[in-house]
Design a protein around this ligand. Structure first.
Ligand SMILES: Nc1ncnc2c1ncn2[C@@H]1O[C@H](COP(=O)(O)OP(=O)(O)OP(=O)(O)O)[C@@H](O)[C@H]1O
Ligand SMILES: [Mg+2]
Length: 327
């Protein structure tokens, strides 16, 4: 299976400027991962673990201040050619954005301008990428919206006339207009009721099945990953601490942090009280030494306080960064 995107020891984050000194928020810390053709790659983790920042680094044109890359590499694989994204000019990045990789930011329901009809937003987007007359472009938009199972009349609506779920589906429709190889979706189901969540998951799944492209899906909701992801990466304090096939992650989670995340999933008919992760996530301004999870870990050993465990394979399809697995 081919690659579509690769990160190598990527470090990224934000610089907070204050009067006396600048402080760095290392929201993505030494992340390496490979995203493949024709898969749904899930990224999970608690609020503030760096999921959105990691996803932003994968969208070339989203890498702009305050977000900064401190080190490492980002590669795209366009027509079998490896492209070093961080060396591209602004124009080259713009050319690849939306056509090769598209991005649905967190809270993207609000991308629609309240005083403009949805169709105007779609038309403007198309006009900036395709040289065609308005009529043809409107036909493209209508065909796409219909193909996604949405009523074409939604194009004539103003955003306030649509439900949150419909706006989210339209944001997905907009991001997939140019049939990109990779779709980056940040929390597309969050803030929706269960019915609307299902419709969004269904839509993403159908787009992926139909076009055989790749979706990178960020959500803190492990239930959504269980439903739709091919593989899942678990993030903690800016690092990937476990990665594997969704089945492996759900059935045989190895990292103590992953175990808590899986345990907090509701199960039908099960009445016992679920344990949530004890304690609070650390601050990026004051990360614990060694394994950042060690102050919250029930299995902590001396080495965990001193040395950072690397992400290593336990088998071909399962990786973990934990000293427990190294004995
Ligand atoms: N624009 C920004 N400027 C400064 N710091 C930021 C900015 N965006 C995020 N951060 C900080 O970076 C860290 C990681 O945030 P990020 O949004 O990537 O987390 P997340 O896992 O997506 O969280 P959530 O689940 O709440 O969306 C946090 O400490 C956050 O406060
Ligand atoms: Mg986020």
């Amino acid at each position: 299976m081919g690659l579509v995107l690769k990160l190598e020891s990527l470090r990224a984050g934000y610089i907070l400027r204050s009067l006396d000194r600048n402080r760095v928020i290392p929201a993505v810390n030494e992340v390496s991962l490979e995203i493949r053709d024709d898969e749904i790659y899930g990224i999970a983790g608690e609020s503030g673990s760096g999921k959105s920042t990691l996803l932003k680094t994968m969208f070339a044109t989203a890498i702009e201040p305050p977000l900064r890359i401190f080190g490492g590499k980002i590669y795209y694989y366009v027509q079998n050619k490896e492209i070093d994204v961080l060396t591209l000019s602004v124009q080259e990045k713009m050319r690849l954005s939306w056509q090769y990789v598209s991005y649905i930011p967190q809270g993207s329901m609000s991308v629609f301008n309240p005083i403009r009809k949805v169709r105007t937003v779609f038309l403007d987007f198309l006009k900036s990428h395709v040289k065609e007359g308005e009529e043809k472009l409107l036909a493209v938009a209508t065909r796409h919206v219909k193909a996604l199972g949405l009523a074409p009349e939604v194009l004539d609506a103003y955003p306030h006339q649509l439900s949150g779920g419909m706006k989210q589906r339209l944001a997905i429709a907009l991001a997939t207009l140019l049939n990109p190889r990779v779709i980056l979706a940040d929390e597309p189901t969050t803030a929706l009721d269960v019915v609307a969540q299902k419709a969004v998951i269904q839509l993403l799944r159908e787009i992926q099945r139909e076009s055989k492209n790749t979706i990178v899906l960020v959500t803190h909701d492990m239930g959504v990953h269980a439903n739709i992801a091919t593989r899942v990466a678990i993030m903690y304090a800016g690092k990937i601490v476990e990665e594997g096939s969704t089945t492996a992650i759900l059935k045989r989670p190895l990292h103590p942090y992953t175990k808590y995340l899986i345990d907090s999933l509701p199960r039908i008919g099960d009445k016992h009280v679920r344990e949530s992760v004890p304690g609070n996530p650390p601050s990026f301004l004051d990360l614990p030494s060694g394994c950042a999870f060690h102050p919250r870990c029930p299995y902590v050993q001396e080495i965990c306080k001193r040395e950072v465990p690397q992400l290593v394979n336990v088998n071909a399809e399962h990786k973990i960064a934990c000293w427990l697995e190294r004995r």
